[in-house]
Ligand binder design. Structure first.
Ligand code: ADP
Ligand code: MG
Length: 266
């Protein structure tokens, strides 16, 4: 894992703990996401992956610990997002999120082109003065659709109900990418899809590797190898193993990681 001190860190999660009704879902977890790197979070259902990544993106407040976002401007330094609303806002604006179920993140009444253009228009509305025109937003949305392998002339007009799961997930990825995020969270982006669609999403996300910092929640270390440089393995809310995906796959230290690897080959 490269470590150039603080300079290349984008997100620094430190000693984060979160309980639901007294039961810990995440316990004392720390990790750093670095510029252009991709970090996989692996673990079985209920191990705390969604809780952890939701905290990391500022969607959920931890009971203890901090998340520092090292913002876009080089001189801005890092700021704790739960203490500084401006830092939280910056993180929200500069990150993209892809969920497990693509249909849950797409408005059923909106065409693919509108779904993808909307974040650009929303950002314009938030910044009031420097909004872009709908035509320009749709031009950029068409480009984003093209970049995930969907011809905007064919798919741009389609409603979610007229898309396959894999196509809908590609629309959701285009929607996350259209604002040119500095970091992308994908929470089990392939789990709800059939095998061919999984391969398409793997290709689309794989092509982003190195271009945008990625936090990607996955079940399988084999898939992590295609998408991530580094990995943390979670078990019962705790990190039981961390390192490069290559090292963890070939020389897992933790017995739970060994079981995960063995299970994936079944
Ligand atoms: P994963 O994403 O790895 O499947 P989650 O972070 O969703 O795990 O869940 C971790 C644990 O926290 C699980 O035991 C889950 O049941 C519990 N949990 C998650 N969200 C809530 C919630 N909103 N209320 C109560 N318990 C929750
Ligand atoms: Mg989850």
């Amino acid at each position: 894992m490269s470590d150039n001190g603080k300079s290349d860190a984008i997100l620094r999660v430190s000693h984060v703990t979160k309980c639901y009704r007294g039961v810990p879902a995440v316990r004392d977890v720390s990790f750093t996401l670095r510029r252009g790197r991709s970090l996989a979070v692996i673990g079985e259902s209920g191990s705390g992956k969604t809780t952890l990544t939701s905290i990391a993106l500022g969607l959920l407040r931890p009971d203890a610990g901090s998340v520092e976002y090292c913002g876009g401007a080089e001189d801005s330094g890092s700021t704790s997002i739960f203490e500084d609303p401006a830092a939280l806002l910056r993180l929200r604006r500069e990150s993209g999120i892809v969920h497990q179920d693509p249909f849950a993140s797409l408005d059923p009444r909106w065409s693919a082109l509108r779904s993808v253009a909307e974040p650009l228009l929303a950002r314009g509305r938030a910044q009031r003065a420097r909004g872009i025109s709908r035509t320009e937003a749709e031009r950029q949305a068409a480009q984003a659709l093209q970049s995930v392998g969907l011809d905007p002339r064919v798919y741009g007009v389609r409603l979610p109900m007229d898309l396959s799961g894999g196509q809908a997930q590609r629309v959701a990825i285009a929607r996350a990418l259209v604002v040119r995020p500095r970091l992308l969270l994908a929470d089990e982006p392939m789990s709800a899809l059939d095998v061919t669609a999984r391969l398409q999403i793997l290709d689309v996300l794989g092509a982003l590797r190195g271009k945008v910092a990625m936090l990607v929640v996955l079940h399988d270390l084999g898939v992590a190898q295609r998408l991530a440089d580094d990995v943390i393995v979670m078990h019962h809310g705790e990190v039981v193993e961390r390192g490069t995906v290559a090292r963890v796959l070939t020389h897992p230290h933790d017995p739970y990681t060994r079981r995960l690897i063995a299970a994936a080959t079944l």
